[in-house]
Write a protein that binds this ligand. Structure first.
Ligand SMILES: *Cc1c(COP(=O)(O)O)cnc(C)c1O
Length: 446
């Protein structure tokens, strides 16, 4: 069975450009999207798709054990398997947050752990697709002018790009806002031998530079305005449904910055809806940090207006974005499906993250944004006890150790850490240790 995929204008749904072309925007300047021949895909029944995808899930037949490439037919159907650059992405734990859920009155709460992956964020899902395609273009001689791949990043995109390019032997160039990403995120592209350029600007400034830098097509642009990445990221939607034995949750809550991922989530749900695999799309909430909330402001205006802003400082540094590139895609999808947008203050982010950590998670601040947004929907009675809720965790908490350490030692400016658990420094004496243990047990007795 053969089916095709191509780029089209995401604004108008028209036009056709081949995936082997180097093109990021339509002639009118709009974003592109990858389109699949859904009619051809429908020649397989929903049951047969579910069976095929289940038969590959986390198995050993390369590259189909990857959560992304197990669904190759709906990702990049025609790339030769030998050109695929896969680091076994996807297939991440869907954590049943049983204890936290019961604590907050939503026992059917789940956290999709997208950060438990090779470079520690969901960016791996999109980057495997993009770097595979570049690898294909270079190896096949279809685009002999490509020297390497470049991106602007708030930290996680550059980590993923650097790792996938290093694995394939493709030169990578990353543009980072100097001093605005975590030390772990900075060391990742350096270790993977990417040319790491720290610019005196914010992410939006890096984004403007990289778009000009890649204009002459010598460097392939790896930001999520490149719609190939969305194809990998959309598999999160399909995979979470698969992990519920193909049942659709009621709510999915996801942090948003450049808004590629919320667009990707909708695309995944829409496509399996079109294939008849599911019969409804969950209510999606895009959660933003108050310091970087242009989408939230647009939502509050009833979608009447959108204004880019200068994003302020936030613990959720990977979503410190004031001028999101994928806003038109995201807004269209949110409007189509009555999606919601919520925001969270720095205090709310820090406390939500720490509170959930106490029940066995280890959240990054962006997941904290989603958790804080969820708590607001619960408080308003919109998320109800019987609802099944999925929080998309976008990065591994270990990438953000400094901000977590500052919380627990009460050194985050302007924040009162409600759930702080600072280390206790003691002499190496059994009596002192015994006393400390007993005092602790007394205090925390249920
Ligand atoms: C990139 C990123 C986001 C935001 O995704 P967008 O597609 O830019 O909206 C959220 N959390 C983390 C950890 C990220 O790296």
């Amino acid at each position: 069975m053969r089916h095709d995929a191509w780029f089209r204008d995401a604004e108008t749904g028209t036009g056709r450009w081949e995936l082997d072309e180097i093109i990021y925007r339509s002639p009118t300047g709009g974003l592109l999207e990858v389109t699949h021949d859904i009619e051809a895909l429908k020649s397989r029944s929903p049951a047969a798709w579910m069976q095929l995808w289940d038969s590959r899930y986390k198995r050993t037949m390369w590259p189909f054990g990857s959560g992304v490439w197990g669904k190759k037919e709906i990702v990049l159907p025609n790339i030769p398997d030998e050109d695929i650059v896969s680091l076994d992405e996807g297939g991440t734990n869907l954590f049943w947050a049983d204890r936290f859920g019961r604590e907050i009155g939503v026992p059917d709460l789940w956290v999709k752990q997208c950060g438990v992956s090779h470079t520690g964020s969901f960016k791996d899902l999109g980057m495997t697709v993009l770097v595979s395609q570049v690898n294909h273009l270079m190896k096949s001689g279809k685009q002999p002018g490509i020297l390497g791949v470049a991106c602007a990043s708030t930290g996680d995109t550059s980590a993923a790009l650097a790792a996938y390019c290093a694995a394939a032997g493709i030169p990578a160039v990353v543009l980072l806002p100097r001093g605005k990403i975590s030390p772990a995120q900075l060391i990742q592209p350096i270790a993977n031998n990417a040319l790491t350029l720290a610019l005196d600007t914010d992410f939006d400034g890096c984004m403007r530079v990289v778009q000009q830098l890649t204009e002459d097509r010598k460097l392939y642009l790896a930001n999520s305005m490149n719609s190939l990445r969305v194809e990998g990221q959309k598999t999160v939607a399909i995979e979470m449904v698969q992990q519920f034995d193909w049942e659709v949750p009621d709510w999915v809550i996801i942090p948003g910055g450049n808004l590629g991922n919320v667009s990707a989530l909708y695309k995944g749900f829409e496509e399996i809806l079109a294939l008849g695999i599911i019969n409804r799309i969950p209510t999606i909430v895009c959660a933003q940090a108050e310091a970087a909330n242009p989408l939230y402001r647009a939502y509050k205006s009833g979608w009447r207006e959108f204004h880019a802003i200068t994003a302020g400082e936030t613990q959720a540094s990977a979503i410190r974005i004031g001028d999101p590139v994928s806003r038109s895609k995201a807004i269209k999808a949110l409007m189509r499906h009555d999606g919601k947008v919520e925001q969270a203050s720095e205090q709310e982010i820090a406390d939500a993250m720490a509170r959930a950590d106490r029940t066995g998670l280890f959240n990054c601040p962006h997941t904290g944004v989603a958790l804080a947004a969820m708590l607001k929907f619960i408080a308003r009675g919109e998320i109800k006890k019987g609802h099944r809720v999925v929080v998309v965790s976008t990065a591994h908490g270990l990438k953000f150790g400094e901000s977590k350490a500052k919380y627990h030692t009460n050194t985050l400016p302007g924040i009162t850490p409600t759930y702080a658990n600072p280390p206790v420094e003691l002499a190496a004496k059994v009596d002192a240790v015994y006393d400390a243990v007993m005092r602790h047990m007394e205090r925390t007795r249920p």
